[in-house]
Ligand binder design. Structure first.
Ligand code: NAP
Length: 238
């Protein structure tokens, strides 16, 4: 009887998850890869193995899924701000005794010339944006715009990966679409072109979106960083 092929679940929605899926497919052709996405975006990545989309139904639903699908191990390559799914993965894998590997995205390194200001959450970041900036580059993701919807606030240059289903209800804004990796020269041109005087971002880290931090440093523009959520197994990385 040949051994059953190892089944690996990658919790994804990030560039790292795609890289891991491609690496495992190259190095372990005997393994079966399943990548799971929450389904926030309409587009679907082209990945080796199986793709499943949508929530599991909390930690219980994930544990049921892992058992039903015969998953042997889980790689949590979700975004540093995706705290719920990471906690569910810990709980479900703990319950079933499955190995769980967490991929940590390194935080950007603070360098001379950086003018970073920390916000504990998006509400605080929005209050800081309204007082510190007149023309704000906002790269916090489509799900996080509500706190910025104030009348009479600054002008926002909003960057999203996909066009929203409805127009953004921000009073004064321009929407640009783009997906990393972003180049330094492009980010510099964008900040200059829109006369940006403040950048607001999650402290996501990683090389793909670091160029805006470098461009802000070059232009001496302050950056408001929203702290990472604290998970049980990892703290905020600043
Ligand atoms: P979250 O708050 O941790 O998750 C909310 C719920 O969405 C989870 O409870 C789970 O639903 C479902 N979910 C999340 N990730 C999933 C996955 N990979 N596969 C299946 N279901 C998933 O996460 P979020 O911040 O909304 O982010 C959603 C996804 O977008 C994540 O996979 C993340 O990697 C990606 N992403 C997030 C950000 C960000 O800034 N938050 C940025 C880039 C990419 P159930 O409880 O029903 O299982």
């Amino acid at each position: 009887m040949p051994n059953r092929r190892e089944r690996i679940l990658i919790l994804g929605g990030t560039a790292e998850a795609g890289e891991i899926a491609r690496r495992i497919a190259r190095e372990r052709p005997d393994a079966e890869i399943v990548t799971s996405l929450a389904g926030r975006l309409r587009g679907r990545p082209d990945l080796p193995g199986e793709l499943r989309v949508g929530g599991f139904g909390g930690a219980d639903g994930l544990a049921e899924y892992l058992a039903r699908e015969g998953i042997d191990r889980v790689i949590d390559a979700t975004h540093p701000f995706a705290a719920a799914i990471s906690a569910h993965a810990q709980a479900a894998c703990g319950r079933l005794g499955l190995p769980l590997e967490r991929i940590e995205r390194p935080m950007w390194r603070r360098r001379p010339g950086d003018r970073w200001r920390w916000a504990t959450d998006m509400d605080q970041a929005a209050r800081m944006a309204a007082t510190l900036g007149r023309r704000v580059f906002l790269t916090v993701g489509a799900q996080e715009l509500a706190p910025f919807l104030r009348r009479g606030g600054p002008f926002y240059l909003v960057r999203l990966i996909e066009a929203p289903a409805r127009p953004l209800p921000l009073p004064s804004h321009v929407l640009v679409l783009g997906r990393g990796p972003f180049a330094f020269a492009e980010e510099l041109a964008l900040l200059r072109g829109f006369a940006i005087d403040l950048v607001v971002t999650k402290a996501s880290g990683g090389p793909a979106t670091e160029a805006k931090i470098a461009a802000a440093r070059r232009l001496r523009i302050p950056v408001v960083l929203v702290r990472r959520p604290i998970l049980t197994s990892r703290g905020p990385m600043d």
